[in-house]
Design a protein around this ligand. Structure first.
Ligand code: NIG
Ligand code: FE
Length: 418
C-alpha cells in the first residue's frame, strides 16, 4: 500500500493521545488519566504521524490544499487500538465444544478427550496453506472492522516443524497482503502432541527452533515473539524455561501463556527471564504479581476466555501492585471473539477495570507487551499513522456491547483509509 499519501483529520472533538510523548507504558495512575486534546487535528504523512495538536495550531501551520485527503472530524473522536493476543490461524470447527462446555465440561476435560487444541491441530495439519490464508484474512478483516490496527498472531496449532512453519508463513503472507500490522509469535509449545513433555521439548529445541532461526535469517519469515503454554499437563516450568530461554537467545521477545488454570509460578519465571509479557494469569499468586511489577513484565488479560471458563484474573490487585496491564481478544476456537471493543467492555464489567484503564490496556500497554510501543499504541509524532475514528466520544466504544460498525467511521492504517 502506498505510503506517500498525506492525510489531515481536522477539528476532532477528541484526540485520545493516551499518554505523554515518550511514555512506553502506563501503570495505574497514568491509566486513570488518559491524555486527551479537545478540538484537535492530526496529520499523517508517509505513513507516520507528522503533527498532532489543537485544531487552531494545525490550521495556522498547514494549508489544506497540500493534503490528498481531509476528514472533517467535527463531533468525532480519534484513537489507536491494539490486540495483544490472538490465535487466528486454524482449520476445523469447534462449535460442538461450546455445547460440551455449556453442559459442564471443563477446558481440560475437552482437551484430555482429544478435543480442544488437539482437534484444531489435526485439522490445521491437514489444511493447505491457501485455505489457511483465506480464513486468516477473513478474521483479520473482521478485526480491522472493529478497529484493531495492530494485532499479535500466534502459530501453535501445528506442533511439528512442518505445520508450525506453514502457519508462520501464512501469517507472513497476511502481513504482506493486508493493511493490519502484525506481531507474529512462534507457539510450537502450545500442547504436547502424542509424546512426552521431554520429547516435545527436545523437538522444539533441537529441530523446530534451529530451522526457525534459519528461516528468520534468510528473511523468509519474520517472527517477533516466543510463546509456551506453561500449564499442568502441558509444559512444566523447567521445559517452559528452556524453550523461552532458547527463543530469547534467538532474539525473540518472551510472551507466554502462564498461571491460567493452575498456579505454576509462571509469573515468577517470566520475571526472572525478562519476559515482555505473560498472558492469562487467572491463577497468579501475590508473589507472582509483585515479581511482574518489578520486572515490568506486562500482564495480558483475556476477558473473553475468563468469561467463558472463569475465574476472572485479579486485574484490580495487579493494577494496585503496579503491573503493566494489557488486554487481548485471545481470538481462538475456544473464545470466538475478534472485537476489542467487546473485550474492553468485558474487562470493565467482569474485571472491574474503569473505561480509561481498559483503553490504556488496549492501546499503549498492548503495544508495550508486543515490544511495539515506540511505533504504536498512542497518537504521537513519528508513530505509525494508525487511527480509529469514531462518530462520538470514545467511551461509547466500550459502553456499547456490539454493533460497533455503526460507531466506527474510519479505520486508518499508515495514513490510508481502509
Ligand atoms: O489462550 N490456553 C491456551 N491457549 C488458548 C486456547 C487455545 C484453544 O483452545 O484452541 C488460550 O485460551
Ligand atoms: Fe491464548
Amino acid at each position: 500500500m502506498a505510503n506517500n499519501y498525506k492525510l489531515l483529520v481536522k477539528n476532532a472533538k477528541q484526540l485520545i493521545l493516551i499518554c505523554n510523548s515518550g511514555e512506553k507504558y502506563l501503570t495505574s495512575d497514568g491509566m486513570q488519566d488518559l491524555k486527551i486534546i479537545e478540538n484537535g487535528s492530526i496529520i499523517v504523512g508517509d505513513g507516520r504521524i507528522e503533527a498532532v495538536g489543537s485544531a487552531d495550531t494545525i490550521k495556522v501551520n498547514y494549508s489544506e490544499a497540500s493534503f490528498d485527503k481531509v476528514i472533517d472530524a467535527t463531533g468525532m473522536c480519534v484513537l489507536p487500538l491494539v490486540d495483544a493476543h490472538t490465535h487466528p490461524v486454524w482449520a476445523g470447527d469447534r462449535v460442538h465444544e461450546f455445547a460440551m462446555k455449556l453442559a459442564g465440561a471443563t477446558y481440560m476435560d475437552v482437551h484430555r478427550a482429544g478435543g480442544g487444541i488437539h482437534f484444531t491441530v489435526e485439522h490445521t495439519r491437514a489444511a493447505d496453506a491457501s485455505k489457511l490464508v483465506a480464513s486468516l484474512s477473513n478474521r483479520l478483516k473482521r478485526m480491522l472492522q472493529t478497529g484493531t490496527t495492530l494485532v499479535e498472531c500466534k502459530s501453535g496449532y501445528g506442533l511439528d516443524l512442518q505445520t508450525e512453519l506453514k502457519m508462520l508463513e501464512v501469517i507472513e503472507t497476511a502481513r504482506h497482503t493486508l493493511p493490519i500490522n502484525i506481531s507474529s509469535t512462534y507457539c510450537g509449545a502450545h500442547a504436547v502432541p502424542g509424546k512426552t513433555v521431554a520429547e516435545a521439548t527436545e523437538d522444539i529445541l533441537q529441530v523446530q527452533l534451529p530451522k526457525l532461526k534459519e528461516c528468520m535469517e534468510t528473511g523468509a519469515i519474520q517472527v517477533d515473539n516466543i510463546d509456551v503454554f506453561c500449564e499442568k499437563g502441558v509444559f512444566d516450568l523447567s521445559s517452559t524455561k528452556a524453550i523461552l530461554q532458547a527463543g530469547k537467545d534467538m532474539g525473540l521477545n518472551i510472551n507466554f501463556h502462564g498461571d491460567e488454570l493452575h498456579p505454576m509460578n509462571s509469573a515468577q519465571l517470566g520475571a526472572q527471564l525478562g519476559a515482555l509479557a505473560i498472558s492469562h494469569l487467572e491463577e497468579v499468586t501475590d508473589e507472582g504479581i509483585d515479581a511482574m511489577a518489578k520486572a515490568k513484565t506486562a500482564a495480558i488479560l483475556l476477558p473473553t476466555t475468563a468469561y467463558i471458563l472463569l475465574p476472572q484474573p485479579r486485574a484490580r490487585d495487579m493494577l494496585k501492585a503496579g503491573v503493566i496491564v494489557a488486554l487481548g481478544s485471545d481470538f481462538n476456537p475456544n473464545a470466538y471473539c475478534c472485537s476489542m471493543p467487546i473485550v474492553m467492555h468485558l474487562a470493565c464489567v467482569n474485571m472491574r477495570m474503569s473505561m480509561s484503564e481498559a483503553l490504556a490496556a488496549a492501546t499503549i500497554n498492548a503495544a508495550y507487551a508486543l515490544g511495539c510501543s515506540s511505533t504504536h499504541g498512542s497518537l504521537e509524532v513519528n508513530k505509525d499513522g494508525d487511527l480509529l475514528i469514531l462518530s462520538t466520544i470514545w467511551e461509547h466504544l466500550i459502553y456499547q456491547l456490539g454493533g460497533h460498525q455503526e460507531l466506527i467511521r474510519y479505520v486508518v492504517i499508515k495514513g490510508n483509509i481502509i
